[in-house]
Write a protein that binds this ligand. Structure first.
Ligand SMILES: [Ca+2]
Ligand SMILES: [Ca+2]
Length: 73
């Protein structure tokens, strides 16, 4: 196992959040969490990113919003 693999494994074992916007590390980004990173995001914009309408953004939904240019990165 090389050093980079060791570091990556350590991060996974620590349960690091999958993405920075997920402040509480539950694997989804709520409107509040998204607004902490992107204060300009409105509830309407959030709803349009939440494609399965479960009230939170999954990593895939967040990435899709970024890819669509809906969030400045
Ligand atoms: Ca969260
Ligand atoms: Ca969702």
């Amino acid at each position: 196992m090389n050093k980079l693999t060791t570091v990556t494994a350590a991060l996974l074992l620590m349960g690091a959040p999958a993405f920075a916007q997920d402040a509480d590390g539950d694997g989804n980004v709520s409107l509040e969490e998204l607004q902490a990173a992107y204060p300009e995001v409105t509830a309407d914009a959030f709803a349009s990113m939440d494609t399965d309408a479960d009230g939170v953004l999954s990593a895939d939904e967040l990435q899709a919003a970024i890819d669509a240019g809906m969030l400045e990165t």
